[in-house]
Design a protein around this ligand. Sequence first.
Ligand SMILES: Cc1cc2nc3c(=O)[nH]c(=O)nc-3n(C[C@H](O)[C@H](O)[C@H](O)COP(=O)(O)OP(=O)(O)OC[C@H]3O[C@@H](n4cnc5c(N)ncnc54)[C@H](O)[C@@H]3O)c2cc1C
Length: 435
Amino acid sequence: MTNVVILGGGLTGLVAAERLALAGVTAVVIERESEPGGACRSFDMEGFTFDVTGHLLHVRREETGAYLRELGIWDRLAVHERRAAVVIGGRTTPYPVQINMGGLAPEVRRDCLLGFIRAWCRRDEGGGSAATFREWVLERFGDGLARHFFFPYNTKLFRAAPEELSLDWIGRYVPKPTLEEVVDGALGLERRGVGYNAVFRYPARGGIRMVPDAVARRVAGLKTGVAVTSVDLERRRVTMADGHAAGFELLVATISLPSLIDLLTGPLPEEVAEARRALRWVRILNVALGVEGPAPSAQHWLYFADPPVPFYRIGFPSNHGRLAPEACHTVSIEVSLDPGSGDATAVAAEAEAAAAAVGLLDREKIRVRMVNVIDPGYVVFDHRRRDAVAALRRFLGDRGVIVAGRWAEWKYSAMEDAILDGMNVARRIAGEPGA
Ligand SMILES: Cc1cc2nc3c(=O)[nH]c(=O)nc-3n(C[C@H](O)[C@H](O)[C@H](O)COP(=O)(O)OP(=O)(O)OC[C@H]3O[C@@H](n4cnc5c(N)ncnc54)[C@H](O)[C@@H]3O)c2cc1C
């Protein structure tokens, strides 16, 4: 029987182990935190429940729904129609802004609409040659939306200039409207239900950890509270912070790609070391607050493009889940940070002050606070990423290592993808056709 070790007990690693068990393969899952779930964990504090950061479930594939039913949690997930907005120049308009310019200040709306129409006309003359995110936005949306939203928002989120970003990540994440939709929106005719996250599911009670917890209950070989400290691909074994070692025939890594490379023992070929250095990412700091009184906004979340506001998004999770005691609400503020350490407490305080300044937080009423840093948070899709990831995957694949999940594959993906990635790993190892 194949001896499989899985690095990381987040959703990807858990699903892989759970599906492998069904195929008769027992895998050992090694997780450094004291509980499984990774980025999908939740914490209870004085009657409030906080997710590591806002996590909403988008189910697009029948296979995912069937899996969640099999886990017995499908009926415990409530369905919500997204209420999201964008704030530009202090004015709030529904998300996505490209089809909802009606709420913007007249001069900003004029810039955005004229820019879009000009870009639309140019496109009919034969466009489509963009090689960078900057060129793509100008080509698709025009210079007004670029200047007022896409450039400042994405620079804040990815901490990179728009010309530094490739087009590899856009896929389903940026809604691409028609001229009619844009004109309707600018005239104030709101369009609803656009974009990949128009409808989402969230536990009717408790936090998002309900999903990884339901999987973890079925995983016999889960080892928590112990970090893997080195990976020896020659001798086929991992060592752990508690001094123990585990041998493997097959290694599945769901931990981040740079951290996996850093754990490898022995010298690396220069091409691999160079590819590792090329990987770029941001950390995400999430300030989760339990606050007295009703939420100051009915939105589920709001995106902030304006550069002086340090956060890129603020959400009110208790608007979609039972996450706060009676007459209280929860707030989630997300700030993007460069890699490294840095003073999380100071950044969190600054983010709270900014949330208060835009009228979305009464600091006097804060009852509890939890600050998390997700590292890595978002992969930065710059122009070196694709080749660097290919080189690293080749190197690892040649040595019998399977990488799976958002951070191991060094991509942009969601919980549903983590579930599907985990299933695919199990199919591949169990030798199922189509894997
Ligand atoms: C800011 C943000 C918001 C998001 N919002 C959403 C959303 O609304 N909806 C959605 O569907 N998805 C969302 N996602 C994506 C979602 O979190 C991921 O797709 C999913 O959690 C990936 O799971 P994973 O198991 O691949 O990774 P992880 O959850 O990171 O699991 C990897 C595990 O490896 C462990 N580990 C790391 N190093 C070691 C080590 N040395 N030894 C042992 N264990 C180790 C970690 O502790 C972790 O538990 C969001 C992500 C971010 C960053």
